[in-house]
Design a binder for this molecule. Structure first.
Ligand SMILES: [Zn+2]
Length: 357
């Protein structure tokens, strides 16, 4: 597909990475992950006339060395071997032929985004990024390599950055990322997700706040099914801005999964289209008022048409373009009491480490 001439909008300082081979991240016809989602997302951006607002860059595959900064050699070998014949990485994660190269290309996309941010871009997006279930030597949840951690370790080694912030709003808890950084105070890892009692992978309890010297640097807010947009935004606005302000990150990695939408077949948080505009618009503002480096990884989203609209709204929020798509919302504050209770429990658990107004 051809997306028209490259628009030189340097003043926008915003970009996206894309490669036709992104669409080969396809785990099979009966699998909820939609293989050609990146292409469909960009086609929709074109249709809505926002392609002119950011630059497109073509990523390269992450190298073995990039992967080894996070993953065990034996694990990388296992993915490489499975990729030769096709097979299963985990019960929910088929490993189709060639996946080693495609997963490295997805990871390379996140690394290229980071490079562009270091060159002066203020916001970069990877439509095939955010594989937060991949841990050091094991993985599931449709993930092979943890591009979030691999990008952090790349930045640490090449640019000597010291303070990384992850904001993960995918409906699933980012268990892989948490495993990697549970004892690392240089990474403040915030995850909002559907309660692990009701959804894969089951982790991400309020009480998991980090280990040893990294206590307070893992922040988990589990949310009940049917949380709704209104309650979700109360939580987001009470937790995320004070942490950005106090931690003062050098880069923010935002896993903007849209499987929180009410039509998503895998989960039940029941957010509406407008939620994605509000959240990403706020993330844009928080980044601009701190490090001015926002790396956006599109993450999960499994209802093809709705997820594409959600990603468009994410983009509108990042661009501060108010032509986002809205829908009826009568369930916005359905679970507000439970959500407010969880917020206040979280604030108590973190009271020794952070101030909340
Ligand atoms: Zn997810």
């Amino acid at each position: 597909m051809y997306f028209g001439i490259l628009h030189m909008r340097n003043q926008m300082k915003m970009g996206i990475v894309y490669h036709e081979d992104f669409n080969k991240y396809d785990l099979g016809l009966d699998h909820p992950l939609i293989g050609d989602k990146p292409r469909k997302v960009l086609e929709f951006f074109e249709e809505k006339n926002i392609m002119k607002d950011f630059e497109i860059f073509t990523p390269k595959k992450a190298t073995q060395k990039d992967l080894e900064r996070v993953h065990k050699k034996e694990y990388i070998e296992k993915v490489k071997e499975l990729s030769k014949t096709g097979g299963m990485l985990a019960n929910d994660t088929p490993a189709p032929k060639g996946i080693y190269d495609i997963a490295r290309l997805a990871t390379g996309g996140s690394i290229l985004c980071a490079e562009k941010l270091m060159e002066g871009f203020k916001c970069m997006c990877n439509p095939l990024g955010g594989f937060h279930h991949a841990s050091i030597g094991t993985s599931s949840g449709f993930c092979f390599f943890n591009d979030i951690a691999i990008t952090i370790e790349y930045l640490r080694e090449k640019y000597h950055l010291k303070k990384f912030m992850i904001v993960d709003t995918d409906v699933h808890h980012g268990n892989g990322t948490q495993d990697i950084y549970i004892d690392d105070p240089s990474v403040l890892n915030i995850s909002f997700h559907q309660d692990g009692h009701t959804l894969y992978p089951g982790t991400g309890k309020l009480e998991s706040i980090g280990k040893d010297e990294a206590k307070g640097f893992t922040v988990n807010l589990p949310l009940p099914p049917s949380t709704g947009t209104g309650s979700y935004l109360i939580a987001f606005n009470q937790i995320v801005p004070p942490l950005v302000k106090q931690f003062k990150p050098e880069i923010i990695l935002f896993q903007s999964g849209v499987d929180t939408h009410h039509s998503d077949p895998l989960a039940d948080l029941d957010l509406t289209y407008q939620a994605y505009f509000y959240i990403s618009n706020k993330m844009r503002e928080l980044s601009e008022n701190s490090c001015n480096k926002l790396l956006v990884l599109f993450g999960g989203g499994y209802n093809s048409n709705a997820s594409i609209i959600c990603y468009y709204n994410v983009m509108c929020g990042l661009l501060d373009n108010h032509n986002y798509i809205k829908e009826e919302d009568s369930m916005s504050h359905f679970r507000v009491e439970t959500v407010v209770e969880n917020i206040s429990r979280l604030k108590k658990l973190l009271a020794d480490y952070w101030d909340f107004e």
